[in-house]
Design a binder for this molecule. Structure first.
Ligand code: B3K
Ligand code: ZN
Length: 893
């Protein structure tokens, strides 16, 4: 497909001011849309977006000012309807009414984009470009309109919902009923939503800071009411948090959430009618893990926060997507951090970024957070736009301070309320509210792709009590960007003293500056020096505190002992964690080299393993630590992270797998008794334990259990522990944790737990998806066969359901390194077959899966050649969707 280019933006020739929709829900649904279009450009034709497929849209009639337009008076092709200017006799600034009637078949719409059916209920997903699957319209985010929507259906469809307020409802003479909705806030069509179905409903209310009462509703498929209270609590917390932290009040008298089983993404922020993947709404102790509960909180918050960052102020065009997504991810991260453990949330977010976004930034799909071109916009709902985008916002907050950030955000909302704007407008508001110049920051982070590499050297002058940091930065080339300008990087640093084992105070810049124990250095040049004064002893530097910028940091003079020291003594919890990870990574890198030199997997050992073990032991024994952080420290860099860290074309799957397995074994064997002791100490709830502490305790307990089963001497006992934990769990975290612990071991306990798990939960789709996931991620050689058996279970597996695909195919391709990269290519072939199969059903799901092949250049042969061959096979598929085509072609370029 021809790429769309950011710099070719032109405002629309016609704006839809008022939209009057009537939707008659049925097998073949009739949709009538009367729009007041205001001309913006003299002489321009009215070009409407519309696609016949995937919902079989058929035009019934076109009326201009109430007069029927003959079919030969307008043109229709695969993507547009063009009404010639001559048929639209209005001047610039004047309005003309255009009414289009179509029919669509929601059941046929397996793309889940537009109007479709899920478990018998009607629902919509319009972002980014779904509205055009239901109506010919100016489908772009800078076209903002007031919507009135009349939904009509038979009474077997009792709940009829849309955006805004329900202003009228009643019965029709033919026995059907209707509800009329009016949304007073102008919005682009990607925020339009419509639902018709038979649901169970939880209602509640929230009183806003100015005393307005908001009715809240959560609509779920029948039988799920008991799994809604957590989501409702989260929703009310989100309302309150946004008032307190960012002065944002809700702006309508009702707010509804609908949970559906078939949904491509996590959820969608449609104005006052959020639609969710049921995975991110439904939870109770028996069926949801602690992580599920936290994810629900984050996503309910995220969608609610979009009401301001996205809906009241939206994007001018889709290149600006990070304007709403990066900002809203940042807001949901802060929400979760304020409500739970900030330190472990930060580490989890950094893990996600480094494990997945760094990979994207180093591969063929690398793009700036504000891309310059796209073929299929849905491919750009990426980790870069979302997660790296949130890091860019976080850096702005670091630069202007949290208080300045709040001021800047208030100015942004005030200045642009009701508008569709750009990332530049956002940065400008931050600059104006804080009187700072962010031009270098803006011109690097928003325009350049790739992960900057920052290296630091220090030199200490005892006499002058000065520490000089020499900082260098560079950024590897990415597609279309060979050379990069130096970024504007806020580098947070602290110093730790070895005589006190504690923070040292210092001064930045001048000897008479204020004394601090942490500072943010602004690195803006390729090479730059910073001098810290008043440094009373030779310190160990604590660099990139809190992961203050999305970069790869190295400091070659930090010895392994320094890393162990930081892991034990730094006051910054991120650097503590990071130092342990860095040590493990260095050891793993050398284990990979040993494996390459022919050492057998079982014989792999490392002279610094004892150092790592003593560091982990120190962490495990430190009673003052948050147990969630202890558990995070125990997780070693995985195979895929190691492959990413290697030079392109050098990753050998066998060597990496052996090295990672060896390190896990060394830890499991070296700390066996301590894991057993810690497991006992964390098995039962403590007195007066807070819910957050309980989550952290269970996290640590399950980490220990996973190591215990890897210890050959303790395995038998560990398997008994797993079975017991499965049978008498505190909640699903424990039951699922037990299954996870036995996942990779071919033993009777594994067979039994998997069977019991299925028997207990076979009627619960979301839990069965967990059962899929465990099997898809198993390191056992039978995994591809297990996935094929799952596909043969029509009562639980449906390839049209995205969650099923994610829990089996994406879980395998993205989370089962040894299985996906099996040397015989069986993993690749299995996944490529699925991409080809799913492409005809749901291109967005297929495209997400196809992204797993884009790392092929990282590997040595035979892996690289086999992945490449599968990419060629996918590329050759007839009628390949533009979503998958874009990924595959860019990967092959
Ligand atoms: N804005 C939606 C994403 C919809 C993507 C469609 N391809 C979810 C979110 O970020 O809140
Ligand atoms: Zn979002």
């Amino acid at each position: 497909a021809q790429p769309v280019l950011r710099l070719e933006y032109e405002p629309p020739a016609f704006l839809a001011k008022d939209v009057d929709l009537t939707v008659e829900l049925d097998d073949t649904s009739k949709i009538s849309c009367k729009v007041e279009y205001e001309r913006q450009r003299e002489g321009a034709d009215l070009v409407l977006n519309g696609e016949r497929k995937p919902a079989q849209m058929e035009i019934q009639s076109v009326l201009i000012n109430g007069e029927s337009l003959d079919a030969d008076a307008y043109q229709v092709d695969d993507e547009t309807m063009t009404i010639p200017s001559a048929a639209l006799p209005v001047k610039v600034g004047e309005k003309i009414s255009v009414q289009i009637d179509v029919t669509v078949v929601p059941e046929k719409n397996t793309s889940l984009n537009g109007l479709y059916k899920s478990s018998g209920n009607f629902c919509t997903q319009m972002e980014a470009e779904g509205f055009r699957n239901m109506m010919y319209f100016v489908d772009r985010p800078d076209n903002m309109s007031i919507y009135r929507t009349k939904v009509i259906a038979s009474k077997s469809v009792p709940h009829l919902l849309s955006n805004g307020n329900d202003v009228e409802r009643g019965d029709l003479p033919d026995g059907r009923h209707f509800v009329l909705w009016e949304d007073p806030w102008p919005k682009p069509c990607y925020l339009f939503a419509l639902v018709g179905g038979d649901f169970d409903v939880l209602t509640d209310s929230f009183t806003t800071c100015s005393g307005k009462e908001v009715r809240l509703g959560i609509f779920v498929e029948k039988g799920n009411l008991s799994k809604t209270p957590h989501a409702m609590d989260c929703l009310k917390r989100a309302f309150k948090w946004d008032e307190e932290r960012f002065d944002r009040e809700y702006d309508l008298s009702q707010f509804n959430i609908v949970a559906v089983s078939d949904f491509t993404m996590g959820a969608m922020e449609n104005k006052s009618l959020n639609i969710f993947n049921s995975k991110y709404v439904l939870a109770d102790n028996d069926t949801a893990t602690d992580t599920d509960f936290l994810n629900i909180e984050g996503i309910i918050g995220h969608e609610y926060f979009h009401n301001w960052s996205g809906n009241r102020v939206t994007c001018r065009d889709w290149f600006q997507l990070t304007l709403k997504e990066g900002l809203t991810v940042f807001r949901d991260q802060e929400f979760s951090s304020d409500l739970n453990s900030r330190a472990s949330k930060r580490i989890a977010d950094v893990q996600l970024l480094r494990d997945h976004q760094f990979k994207e930034d180093a591969g063929p799909m690398a793009h700036p957070i504000r891309p310059d071109a796209y073929e299929a916009i849905d491919n750009f709902y990426s980790l870069t736009v979302y997660e790296k985008g949130a890091e860019i916002i976080r850096m702005i907050q670091t630069i202007v301070t949290p208080e300045g950030f709040r001021k800047g955000l208030n100015l942004y909302f005030e200045r642009h309320d009701g508008q569709a704007v750009t990332c530049d407008d956002f940065v400008k508001a931050m600059e104006d509210a804080n009187e700072v110049d962010l031009s270098l920051f803006r011109d690097t982070w928003y325009t350049q792709a790739g992960t900057p590499e920052v290296s630091v050297k220090t030199s200490y002058n005892a006499e002058a009590a000065e520490l000089t940091l020499t900082v260098e930065q560079s950024c590897p080339a990415t597609p279309g960007q060979a050379e990069k300008e130096p970024f504007d990087i806020p580098l947070a640093v602290g110093l730790v003293g070895t005589s006190s084992n504690g923070p040292l105070r210092f001064k930045v810049g001048a000897a008479d500056a204020e004394e601090v124990d942490s500072a943010v250095l602004r690195v803006t040049k390729a090479k730059q020096e910073f001098t810290l004064h008043g440094v009373s002893e030779k310190p160990v530097p604590s660099l990139l505190r809190g992961f203050s910028a999305p970069v790869k940091l190295s400091c070659s003079e930090l010895t392994r002992r320094d890393l162990v020291f930081l892991a034990a003594h730094d006051t910054d919890s991120f650097v503590r964690y990071e130092s342990g990870q860095e040590l493990a990574k260095q050891i793993l890198t050398e284990l990979v080299e040993k494996a390459a030199s022919g050492v057998e997997a079982d014989a792999l050992d490392h002279e610094d393993a004892p150092l790592l073990l003593s560091s982990l032991e120190h962490t495990l024994r430190d009673a003052s630590l948050d147990r969630a952080l202890v558990s995070l420290a125990l997780a070693m860099p995985n195979e895929s992270a190691m492959a990413d860290a290697m030079e392109k074309g050098t990753a050998n799957v066998d060597h990496i797998s052996s090295a990672c397995a060896a390190l896990r074994r060394l830890i499991a064997e070296g700390l066996g008794p301590l894991f057993a002791e810690t497991y006992e100490a964390t098995r039962e709830p403590a007195k007066n334990e807070s819910p957050g502490d309980a989550v952290a305790r269970r996290q640590l307990k399950n980490s220990c259990l996973r190591y215990l089963v890897k210890n050959s001497a303790l395995r038998e006992d560990a398997l008994r522990k797993a079975v017991h934990q499965f049978e008498a769990p505190e909640n699903m975290t424990d039951r699922y944790g037990a299954v996870l612990a036995v996942r990779d071991i071919d033993c009777s306990e594994r067979t039994r737990l998997l069977q019991d798990f299925f028997d207990m939960y076979k009627s619960d789709k979301l839990v069965v998806q967990k059962w899929f996931r465990v099997q898809a991620q198993s390191a056992l050689p039978s995994t591809v066969d297990a996935m094929k058996s799952i596909m043969d279970m029509p009562e639980v597996f449906d390839i049209k359901n995205p969650n099923c695909c994610y829990a089996v195919f994406n879980a395998f391709a993205g989370g089962n390194f040894t299985g996906f990269h099996a040397a015989d290519g069986s993993g690749y072939t299995f996944v490529a077959d699925r991409i080809i199969q799913i492409d005809d059903i749901n291109p967005q799901v297929a495209s997400r899966l196809a992204k797993q092949f884009s790392s092929w250049r990282s590997f040595t042969a035979p892996w690289s050649t086999k992945m490449h061959a599968e990419l060629e096979r996918i590329a050759a598929k007839k009628d390949l969707s533009k979503d998958v085509a874009e990924i595959v072609h860019k990967s092959l370029e």
